[in-house]
Design a protein around this ligand. Structure first.
Ligand SMILES: [Zn+2]
Ligand SMILES: [Zn+2]
Length: 297
């Protein structure tokens, strides 16, 4: 026999179609894992403006937290395509919770099954991001900075110093997706001319299709989410069994007191109340005294 293998029948969604609400080319990294691992075909909800639910570059603030925004985006995509399975992703860059001087990229990916009401969200924090911004004069040498942020394989956004994103966009002076030196030179020139100080605010374009580093994180997250959708709850058989919580309190190696490090992980079902504890993946029995609030206050 030749031809494609039939989707494995034990998989919960084999042979079905899932809508993806995106205008930023995320299907490039999402379609394959969903097809290979679940037999699901990703259908892009085209002509559909996910930006009205908030944008990464900040012209429009998001109305809700990231998992909720993801769920709304997925539902809007499903309404657009008429499918009852939906997928949406969302990302942000902010300070690391424990190391605030470090920028981290957090990505969320949500799967919605409208028939059963199932909503599964996976999140991933990536300490490697090219996120940065700087104020420059057009005459300034910025080659080292450009290399550091991965330009031109990674895009840039420019606006005149003293303009916020909204004002810059309204004046036609918000340059997004700058991807080559000529476009950068034009943007620098026009923004500097509009700025009272003659300065330009340059920042990394974090939209997925202009940011290969971020796209890689979304791909890793896609593999996690498909693994989770393929895992069924041992109690009720619903898809989406997986990690729902990490409980802190790993005892200190010196004094035995609780630390902020993870002690156990809780696996849970997306539908019923079933929960299971498991030890942390590295099986470490104790925490480094350096992490202890008593031994290292
Ligand atoms: Zn201690
Ligand atoms: Zn269950």
């Amino acid at each position: 026999m030749t031809g494609p293998l039939p989707p494995a029948a034990h998989l919960p969604y084999a042979g079905r179609r899932v809508s993806l609400a995106t205008c930023h080319g995320k299907e490039r990294v999402l379609a394959r894992p969903f097809h290979r691992a679940l037999g699901l075909t990703v259908v892009v909800a085209r002509g559909f403006d996910t930006d009205r639910l908030g944008t990464f570059s900040g012209e429009r603030p998001r109305p809700a937290d990231a998992p909720e925004t993801c769920r709304r985006k997925a539902e809007a995509g499903m309404a657009h395509t008429g499918l009852d399975l939906g997928l949406a992703s969302e990302g942000s860059v902010g300070p690391h919770p424990a190391l605030p001087w470090l920028a981290v990229n957090t990505e969320w990916l949500t799967f919605v099954d409208r028939r059963t009401g199932l909503v599964i969200t996976e999140a991933l924090m990536a300490p490697r991001t090219n996120f940065d911004q700087r104020v420059v004069a057009p005459s300034e040498g910025i080659d080292a900075w450009l290399a550091q942020v991965g330009f031109p394989s990674h895009g840039l956004i420019a606006r005149p110093m003293g303009f916020d994103s909204t004002a810059a966009a309204a004046s036609g002076l918000l340059f997004k997706g700058i991807g080559d030196p000529a476009a950068l030179a034009t943007a620098l020139h026009r923004c500097a001319a509009a700025s009272r100080e003659g300065l330009v605010l340059l920042e990394t374009d974090m939209r997925a299709h202009r940011n290969p580093t971020r796209l890689r994180v979304i791909r890793t997250l896609a593999f996690r989410l498909v693994r989770r959708i393929a895992s069924r709850c041992p109690a009720c058989g619903s898809p989406g069994w997986g990690l729902v919580e990490s409980l802190p309190g790993l005892p200190c190696a010196w004094c035995g007191g609780p630390t902020a490090r993870t002690r156990v992980e809780i696996l849970g079902c997306a539908v019923c109340d079933h929960r299971q504890e498991r030890p942390r993946p590295d099986r470490r029995p104790t925490a480094d005294p350096g992490d202890c609030p008593r031994c290292n206050p």
